[in-house]
Design a protein around this ligand. Structure first.
Ligand SMILES: Nc1ncnc2c1ncn2[C@@H]1O[C@H](COP(=O)(O)OP(=O)(O)O)[C@@H](O)[C@H]1O
Ligand SMILES: [Mg+2]
Length: 281
């Protein structure tokens, strides 16, 4: 029998190891494809389900699109990984769906950034559309600093980093909430707090995670955000500004090690179970 699920990855993280173990426990025939070593083509025979896990956003989108082309069901789809991976595209979808997010302005150069900074006011946050683990996300205290950031980014090659998302600084942004959504259902929630000396809560920067109650507002917003981005297995990150939740970003290839540790929810097992159901359809 051919493989039922193909796991596409580039760097095997703990998450991938958990997923492999869980799929095997469910008796699912698995094919592992390291996309850095195996070429992909439009003549490949795809497994019915392709689980798309490359860390690199572009590799994830491309791997998904190649497998979709030959009939695989991808988790997540190429289009959802693309929309989740780019914060400008994400926020546009949020606006369409009336999902609240921190007030943000997009600036493509120094003049636009100057105007955007005035409108948002300082301190502000400046971040590029594509990125993760808090890289290049900057707390901007004044206008001069913003101008320096724009100048530095102009020297970088990628067009994406020359685009600035200038955003209202959320008091309490040093802690954020993460909800995992699988097949339209929220699995649970954690809160992450930045370590002393950083104001970014990313677990990759040492942020500490703890389980929190999944209240109704949190659930509803997370499920809606996953739905408008279109992914089946998504992590939704939110802030609380003292009054209400604001959705910050969506992750289309979610890391969930910290979530599993904090909540004791076996995310990999839930994912494998979900895939088993998908295979039976
Ligand atoms: N508008 C904001 N106000 C306050 N803190 C923010 C804001 N945006 C981001 N941060 C902080 O920076 C961290 C990284 O920013 P984020 O937008 O999540 O980018 P990344 O994709 O790199 O994780 C967030 O987890 C949060 O702690
Ligand atoms: Mg983040």
């Amino acid at each position: 029998m051919g493989a039922e699920v193909e796991l596409l990855y580039d760097v095997p993280r703990l998450e991938e190891k958990f997923i492999i173990r869980a799929l095997k426990n469910f008796g699912i025939e698995l094919k592992l494809t390291n996309v850095k070593y195996s070429p992909l083509s439009w003549s490949d025979h795809a497994a019915p389900v392709a689980l798309v896990r490359p860390i690199s956003m572009i590799r994830a989108i491309y791997s998904a699109s190649l497998r979709e082309a030959v009939g695989a069901k991808t988790i997540n789809s190429s289009i959802s990984i693309m929309f989740a991976g780019d914060k400008v595209l994400t926020l546009s979808r949020f606006r369409q769906a009336k999902i609240p997010f921190p007030k943000s302005i997009i600036a493509f150069g120094s003049e636009a950034a100057e105007k955007a900074g005035k409108i948002i006011g300082y301190p502000a946050i400046d971040k590029p559309p594509i990125g993760s683990w808090g890289r290049l996300v900057t707390l901007v205290k004044d206008h001069q600093t913003l101008q320096s950031i724009v100048e530095h980014r102009e020297l970088l090659l990628s067009q994406s980093v020359k685009t600035h998302i200038i955003q209202r600084y959320i008091n309490g942004g040093d802690r954020d909430y993460r909800v995992l959504v699988l097949g339209g259902e929220p699995l649970g929630a954690i809160m992450r707090s930045a370590v002393k000396g950083d104001w970014r809560s990313n677990v990759a920067r040492g942020g500490k995670a703890k389980a929190v109650k999944l209240d109704e507002e949190l659930s509803e917003l997370a499920v809606k955000a996953a739905e408008v981005i279109g992914g089946e297995f998504m992590a939704i990150d939110l802030f609380h500004d003292g009054e209400k939740y604001l959705v910050n970003e969506v992750n289309g290839v979610p890391e969930f090690k910290g979530f599993m540790e904090a909540t004791k929810i076996d995310v990999a097992e839930k994912l494998a179970k979900y895939i088993k159901l998908v295979l039976r359809r």
